[in-house]
Design a binder for this molecule. Sequence first.
Ligand SMILES: [Zn+2]
Ligand SMILES: [Zn+2]
Length: 359
Amino acid sequence: MDITVAAVTASASFELRPAQLDEPRADEVLVRLSSVGICATDLHFATFLPTDAVLGHEGAGVVEAVGAGVTDLKPGDPVALAFTSCGVCKQCRTASPSYCAQFDALNFAGARPDGSSALRIDGQPVYGHFLGQSSFATHAVVNVRSVVKLPESADLRNAGPFGCGFMTGAGTIVNILKPGPESAIAVFGAGAVGLASVMAAAASGAQTVIAVDVSPGRLQTAQEVGATHVLDSREGDVAERIRAIVPDGLDGSVDTTGRADVVKDAVAALHTRGTCAVVGVGPSENVEIEWRTLLNGRTVTGVISGSAVPQVLVPQLLAWQAAGRFPVEKLIAHYAFADINEAAAATKRGDIIKAVLTF
Ligand SMILES: [Zn+2]
Ligand SMILES: [Zn+2]
C-alpha cells in the first residue's frame, strides 16, 4: 500500500516521502499510526543510518489488518508499539524480552530476520523495522510481539511513548526498585525517562522521591508530577544533600544520564543494601565505584526498557494515567507529523520534554 514516511536525510534530518508498505505476513500486524513519540535514540541513529532509513519507535495507533497467524488482535483494536523479541530464547521464555538474545538483530538491523524490509521508497527496500516499528510513518507493519493491545478508552494521542521512554523509566521502578511505603528513591536526570521514574515512584507510594537535574524548569515539572524534593546538581555535593533529606540513604536510585560522575553520586547516596539502576546511555564509557561502597551490600544494575514485558506493563501504566497518577500530559508537546524537524530540533535543544507527532 502507499503510505507516507519521514525518511532520514543526508543531513540527519527528516523528509516526508511517499513509500510503499508490504501486506503483513502471518505473524505481523498492519497499524495505522495515531501518534509517535520522538526519543533521543531516534535522533542519534539518524546521524549514522543510510539516507531513506525510517526511524520511530514510540508509536500508537489502530490495527488495520492482521496476518493469518495473529489470533489475539483484530482490525480496529487500539494498540501501542514496543520493541520486538524472538520469543524463544532463554530471556524471552523467562519474561525478560528486553534482554532477548536476538535483540540487536531484530531491532536494529533494519530488516526482518530473513533480511527483507516491508518498506520501499522509489521501489527500493529501505531500512525499516526499527525497534520493531519504524513508526515515523502513517502506517507500519510490525511483528505481533511488538504490539500491546490497549483498552478501547486509551488515549492514543499520548500512548506512543509508553512503548519506550515511559516504559523504561516506570519499569525500572515497578520491576527493579519496587519501592514500598517508606522507601526513598532518587532519580538523576529529569527528562522523559527520569520523570516517568518519578511518576512511577510516587504512584507506587514511595515516601520520598528526589529528582536531580540541572534545569530549574524540569525540576519544577518533577515536582508537579510527584517529586517530594528536587535538587539542582550545580548547587553543591548531591550525595551529601540527599543525606540531608534521608540520613540513612536511599533505597533506590535511577541514573538516566549515562555520566560516570552522576552514577557515582547515585551509588554514594544509597544506604547499605540499596540499588542503583543505570538506564541511560551517555558520554561515559566507564564508571569507577569505591570498593567498600559496593562491598557493603549495594547493587548496581543495568536496566533495558524497564525490564518490562510491554504487554504487561504498558496497560498498567495506562491505568495509572487514567486514574491521574501518571500525568504524562504534563511532559508531552504535540506536533503535526509534517513538523517532525521542528519537533526534533526542540527535543535537541531541550525546550520540551517529550515531543509526540500526531497524524
Ligand atoms: Zn526510545
Ligand atoms: Zn528472545
